[in-house]
Design a protein around this ligand. Structure first.
Ligand SMILES: CC(C)(COP(=O)(O)OP(=O)(O)OC[C@H]1O[C@@H](n2cnc3c(N)ncnc32)[C@H](O)[C@@H]1OP(=O)(O)O)[C@@H](O)C(=O)NCCC(=O)NCCS
Length: 133
């Protein structure tokens, strides 16, 4: 039986790599990952009997920009509202810590419009994201 806990904590390097691999995302250099995790503003992990099954992070400057990153749920746990639990925690943090005018954003593929719309995120086709190299 699943015993799901939502915990405000950073994933360890190993946990983060495990989650990325499970969903088929590229794994970056380990020291870069560790620095990224350390510099996160807020992290939440979901565990099933102590084993990580999902996580999410907020990155940004903690004042003018909050950026939602790495919402990841292990495939065998997807479509069971774990992503929703992660986003609820993240939005609670943002609601308590953002100021008027703070930019709150994320980048997602269009298939996830439905998932993020529930939390108030709407794709604006006038905003274009440029990636260097
Ligand atoms: C996207 C992701 C985090 C969603 O987590 P989840 O636990 O499966 O989502 P939930 O069960 O909480 O779903 C909530 C709602 O979003 C919808 N949804 C979730 N994933 C979806 C998808 N890939 N496509 C369309 N709708 C989706 C669900 O159908 C559900 O709708 P409902 O409330 O009407 O039933 C998870 O599928 C995942 O880790 N995907 C791979 C990594 C990824 O793409 N992360 C997002 C980066 S921007």
């Amino acid at each position: 039986m699943k015993s799901i806990d939502v915990i405000e904590r950073k994933p360890s390097l190993e946990e983060y790599i495990q989650l990325r691999k499970s969903i088929g995302w590229k794994v970056m250099q380990y020291d870069a990952i560790q620095t990224g995790l350390d510099n996160s503003i807020y992290c939440v992990c979901v565990e099933d009997q102590g084993n990580i099954v999902g996580c999410g992070r907020i990155i940004g400057d903690g004042g003018t920009v909050f950026y939602i990153q790495d919402i990841m749920v292990k495939p065998s746990y997807q479509e069971q509202k774990i992503g929703t639990l992660i986003m609820e925690k993240i939005m609670d943090y943002i609601d308590s810590n953002c100021k008027e005018g703070t930019i709150i954003g994320l980048i997602a593929i269009s298939e996830l419009d439905k998932f993020y719309k529930k939390f108030g995120f709407i794709y604006n086709e006038n905003n274009r994201f440029y990636r260097y190299r």
